[in-house]
Each structure stands twice: as C-alpha cells, then as structure tokens.
Design a protein around this ligand. Structure first.
Ligand SMILES: Cc1cc2nc3c(=O)[nH]c(=O)nc-3n(C[C@H](O)[C@H](O)[C@H](O)COP(=O)(O)OP(=O)(O)OC[C@H]3O[C@@H](n4cnc5c(N)ncnc54)[C@H](O)[C@@H]3O)c2cc1C
Length: 287
C-alpha cells in the first residue's frame, strides 16, 4: 500500500521546525530515520496531513560524553551510538541494547531518539532508557523541558511528548563503578522484535550485590522496570541466587497475550531470560 497524501516539509533550522510543529499541531508527524514511521504511513495506520523531516537540522547528530553521562542528539543513528567507544566505556548498556535492535541496515538509518519517541514496548531502547533512569530533552517554540523516562512512556506507541515538541536529544547517566549489565532477548528470527527481552544492571561493592534491577521488552504497554535487589542483596555476585530474582520478577510482571505468544509463555520467557541476563552481566556482558 502507498501512504495517504501528505505535505512534506524539510526545515533547515531548528526554529523553523519548531514553528512548523507549533502551527501544525497534531496534523503533523516528525520524520527522523523513518524506520517506524514509513511502515506506519505505508500501511495507513497513520495518515498525518503533514510530515516534518528533521534530517536537515544542524547540531542534532552528535554523541556527547562528559562527567554527567551520555547525551545523544535526535539525528544520531543507532549504528553511530553503537560504534561510539566513549559512550560504551561509560555506559555499556547502550551498545548492549542497540545490538539487539533490528538489523544493521535498519540501525544505519533509524535513530535512537526516534526509537525512544516511538515508545514501542517491543523496542529495546525505551527499556534501556527506563532502566538507566535517562531522559529526553524536548524543545518547542515556547521553550525546553527535560522529560524523565519514568514520565515519558504512557502507553503502546504513546509518549508524553506534545505534538508541538521535538525531542532534540536523550541522555543517560554514567554507569557507577562496579556496575555490571547485559541485554538478552528471544525473537522468532534474528533481528525481529523480541517476544520477550530483558536488560539488567547489577551494582556491586567488594564483589557483593548492592542492587539488581531489570527492565523488560514486550512485557506490557510500557517498559516495566523492577528492583529485584531484595532477592540477592549482599550475596557474592558470582554465586547469587538469580533464580530467586527471576521468580520475584515474574511475580510482579503482567504479560499480555498477542499473536506471537500467550501470557504464560511470556512469563516463562521472562523467568528464563532474567536468569540468563544476570548471568551474562556477571560474566562480563556483551562487548
Ligand atoms: C523490519 C524492522 C524491524 C525492526 N526491528 C526493531 C527491533 O527489533 N527493535 C526496535 O527497537 N526497533 C526495531 N525497528 C524500528 C527501528 O529501530 C526504528 O529505527 C525506530 O523505532 C524509530 O526510529 P526512527 O529514527 O526510524 O524514527 P521514525 O520512524 O522517523 O519515527 C518514529 C516515531 O517517532 C517520532 N519521532 C522520531 N523522532 C522524533 C523526535 N526527534 N522528536 C519527536 N518525535 C520523533 C515520529 O514522529 C514517529 O512517530 C524495526 C524497524 C523495521 C523496519
């Protein structure tokens, strides 16, 4: 199918883009990498009257790493962030999550901020942002605000960004010393959206667990973030009872059935993958 007709805009300056978004309101959709929007347009699941292509805007293509964390602009492609060595050094979970997003060709074009704005509960990067307690920087014609991940994801494909707002960047904090992390998932085919996925962090002091947290993919309308510390607090990190952490997680998750998996099967996957993710994290994670 072809998209319904729309008016295409390609502003060259941020101020021009923000004015357009404020004038067009809900009639407009932002186009970044197009890897989610174009399929939606082609299937006519979305039919905005205006599409505002932000790819010509200057200053949105940088990854910036400093003492407070990693900030990546709205035009940073998944593959740019995945390859960024400085970002990986201070926050490995970004690369660990990105390696599970679709295929390299899609990662070359899709943006990580676009994926976050798309708010797909089957997407890896909303879960990673939520687990890391990151945020999105939203700009409109009237100003700028920082939207924490805990307030950003409000439903499937639904964020709290207003139609007149452009997410100019997203940011995540540095990983603290002693942090271990990993992302694991199961998809029907390599590169497909996961039937279930989990991102975990384990914080340690003197090789003992001080914190264990997990965020889930495809396990509800928004990415659930669970603090599982009580199951493993104070245990030796290489010998901790990750099965108990997984049981605690499953008792708190509320998976939903769809055409890919029943709720029970999703709960089973969450149990198995939670153990696997924690084990992978303590064994060095993916590099
Ligand atoms: C075959 C296929 C498989 C895929 N598999 C996966 C997968 O396994 N995991 C996964 O996470 N993703 C997957 N994706 C999606 C991919 O990761 C996209 O890159 C991503 O979801 C959206 O980023 P984008 O830059 O392409 O955004 P676009 O498609 O351009 O936009 C997506 C939505 O976000 C909004 N938006 C984009 N940027 C901004 C902004 N800066 N400010 C405000 N709103 C904005 C748009 O208006 C639109 O509503 C897949 C895509 C395809 C085609």
């Amino acid at each position: 199918m072809k998209p319904a007709p729309f008016e295409y805009h390609r502003p060259a300056e941020l101020a021009e883009a923000l004015t357009l978004l404020s004038e067009l309101g809900a009639e407009a959709k932002v186009l970044a990498g197009g890897q989610s929007l174009l399929p939606l347009l082609s299937m006519r699941l979305a039919s905005p009257a205006h599409v505002v292509d932000v790819n010509a805007l200057p200053g949105l293509g940088d990854v910036h790493v400093d003492g407070s964390g990693v900030r990546f602009g709205a035009l940073v492609r998944h593959s740019d962030l995945e390859r960024d060595g400085a970002a990986f050094m201070v926050q490995p979970l970004l690369r660990q999550g990105l390696r599970n997003v679709a295929h390299p060709t899609i990662r070359n074009r899709g943006t990580t901020v676009g994926s976050i704005c798309h708010a797909d509960p089957a997407g890896e990067m909303p879960a990673v942002l939520a687990l890391l307690e990151g945020a999105v920087i939203a700009r409109s014609a009237t100003g700028e605000r920082t939207v924490p991940a805990s307030e950003l994801f409000v439903g499937p494909l639904e964020s709290s960004l207003r139609p007149d707002e452009l997410a100019v960047a997203a940011q995540v904090p540095l990983a603290p010393a002693g942090r271990l992390s990993a992302v694991v998932e199961i998809a029907r085919r390599h590169g497909d959206y996961a039937m279930c996925g989990v991102a975990v962090t384990v914080d340690t002091v003197d090789d003992q667990v001080t914190s264990a947290r997990a965020a889930y993919v495809s396990m509800g309308p928004t990415p659930p973030v669970l603090d599982l510390t009580e199951a493993v607090r104070g245990q030796a990190v290489h010998d901790a009872d990750w099965a108990a952490a997984a049981e605690l997680a499953v008792s708190r998750l509320e998976p939903e059935p769809d055409i890919h998996a029943t709720a029970d099967y999703r709960a089973h996957l969450a149990r198995v993958l939670t153990v696997r993710a924690f084990q992978q994290a303590v064994n060095g994670g993916a590099q």
